[in-house]
Design a protein. Structure first.
Length: 190
């Protein structure tokens, strides 16, 4: 089976990476397909299994780790795992498409390390930590403790931006979307 490319978007929560990835999926719908991550966390709001995430029990997630079914995985918070199922990526390649990820910083760097030149790793930079925190509050999906934990994690993640192939500052969404289209379009043409 011919392997396609990987387009990896990573950023702290609230940076706008999901919005950018959704936009790219609409622009490049014939070339890209979204990699749905697996997680052991509970669903939030209107999230759906198989659409937003593959929701697994903690026991099932650990079993898949033991069976080497993940390309990458991480315990983001205690007993809260996220990972990329090998079978999901292989199924997208089998359909003749490239894979686009909306993934945690560590997971993104892990995939880049594995797939080298077949992967483009893009870091989405928020304008500031203060704005990032405001975006998380406006979502109204998390407790103040959860927001504080995400902001602390974001401060660490921002220090990894230089490890990515490219970064996009998401200060003005329209500008960030156009920049993402150009970067990804050029990569897919190679």
């Amino acid at each position: 089976m011919s392997k396609g490319k990987l387009v990896i978007f990573s950023a702290p929560s609230g940076s706008g990476k999901t919005t950018i990835v959704r936009h790219l999926l609409s622009v490049f719908h014939e070339k890209l397909e979204f990699s749905i991550s697996a997680t052991s966390r509970e669903k939030r709001g209107k999230e759906e299994n198989g659409k937003d995430y593959h929701y697994l029990s903690l026991q099932d997630f650990r079993q898949k780790i033991d069976n080497n079914e993940f390309l990458e995985w991480e315990e983001v918070y205690q007993d809260t795992f996220y990972g990329t199922l090998r079978s999901s990526v292989e199924a997208i390649w089998a359909r003749g498409k490239h894979v686009i990820f909306d993934i945690d910083v560590e997971g993104g760097l892990n995939l880049k390390e594995q797939f080298k030149d077949k992967a483009l790793a893009i870091f989405v930079m928020p304008p500031s930590i203060k704005i990032l925190e405001e975006r998380l509050r406006v979502r109204n999906t998390e407790s103040p403790e959860s927001i504080a934990r995400r902001v602390a994690k974001a401060e660490k993640e921002l220090k990894t931006a230089s490890l990515f192939d490219r970064f996009i500052l998401n200060e003005h969404l329209e500008t960030a979307l156009k920049e993402a289209e150009k970067i990804v379009g050029d990569f897919l043409k190679k």
